[in-house]
Design a binder for this molecule. Structure first.
Ligand code: CLF
Ligand code: SF4
Length: 294
């Protein structure tokens, strides 16, 4: 059970029975429970070679896409509307369209506003992990029980092929140097949040010929740091990104990698690579209906 921030003055959800209700962390739960993403975090502090967030397309479904970035007040309104129509809504997640922690002010304000009106809903964050350690006290105070960290490499030699730069406290670190700093912050952050009882999932974008050879060791290392689930997802080559011409990772490659990693870390197999404004059951996204409603 998390400490309750005085300003919120509510009791927070019991984590011990929440896995059964989280559609991403439990296969069974994804058939019963819905989640919603609130696209309140457009900024990011790094430049991944597979990322392009310039699209504003209601028909494209992949991470980083949202039809509109919401203010915290708009996020609360959308939450109330969705909750009234989905009695099985169990999780509110912040998954960009940038990075939840790089845009922490908006993320925190939106979650605080929701916590004031709903003490039971579970909070979930998705982040690159650069600022995890830094925001840990606030993550705990808000009662965020689930954090997903995208970890794509173990060594800066591979990291520099995946990420052009990171920005950390006003300084830009390019190539090898940036990748080394990111990796150090990710490891520290994952170990610390896991040690505080927060459930950690690792997302890894599998890019054949770039990082696939490190993924099995990554699963082992992440288990050691306290992660409880691994979600290896295929590269989606996106127009306008550096990796636009790379082949999409095949289903067979993905399956075989998950099998190899399963002995070290439990593997997720039902991810839908959701939009930043996804709403509803994983297999039946209803975000369009709410985008049109405003
Ligand atoms: Fe959203 Fe992610 Fe939380 Fe789930 S999604 S922030 S853990 S509430 Fe789920 Fe969507 Fe896959 Fe993410 S299916 S992309 S794993
Ligand atoms: Fe894009 Fe996420 Fe990478 Fe930021 S961390 S550049 S939002 S993929």
């Amino acid at each position: 059970m998390k400490a309750v921030p005085e300003s919120l003055n509510v009791s927070l959800p019991k984590l011990e029975d929440s896995h059964q209700k989280h559609p991403c962390f439990s296969y069974k739960a994804h058939k019963k429970f819905a989640r919603m993403h609130l696209p309140v975090a457009p900024k990011c502090n790094m430049a991944c070679n597979y990322c392009n967030r310039k699209y504003d397309c209601s028909n494209e479904s992949r991470p980083g896409v949202t039809s509109k970035v919401l203010s915290a007040a708009e996020a609360l309104q959308r939450f109330l509307m969705v909750r009234s129509q989905f009695p099985n809504l169990s999780v509110v997640g912040i998954a960009g369209p940038g990075d939840a922690l790089a845009d922490w002010e908006n993320t925190r304000t939106a979650l605080e506003m929701i916590r004031r009106v709903d003490k039971d809903i579970h909070f979930c964050l998705s982040t690159n992990g650069l600022l995890l350690d830094e925001y840990l006290p606030e993550i705990i105070d808000l009662g965020i029980g689930y954090v997903t960290v995208t970890v794509n490499f173990l060594t800066p030699e591979v990291g520099e092929k995946l990420c052009r730069f990171i920005e950390y406290h006003g300084t830009q670190y390019k190539g090898w140097e940036g990748a080394a700093l990111l990796s150090e912050k990710q490891m520290q952050g994952i170990a610390r949040i896991a040690s505080k009882g927060i459930t950690v999932k690792i997302n890894t974008v599998m890019i054949s010929g770039i990082n696939d050879h490190q993924i099995p060791d990554m699963a082992n290392k992440m288990k050691g740091l306290g992660a409880s689930l691994h979600n290896i997802v295929p590269l989606i080559p996106v127009q306008g990104s550096v990796f636009a011409d790379y082949p999409q990772t095949s289903a067979a490659e993905l399956l075989s990698m998950r099998e190899r990693c399963r002995t070290d870390l439990a593997q997720m197999s039902h991810c839908r690579q959701c939009r930043a404004d996804a709403i509803g059951m994983l297999n039946d996204d209803r975000c369009l209906q709410f985008i049109q409603a405003g």
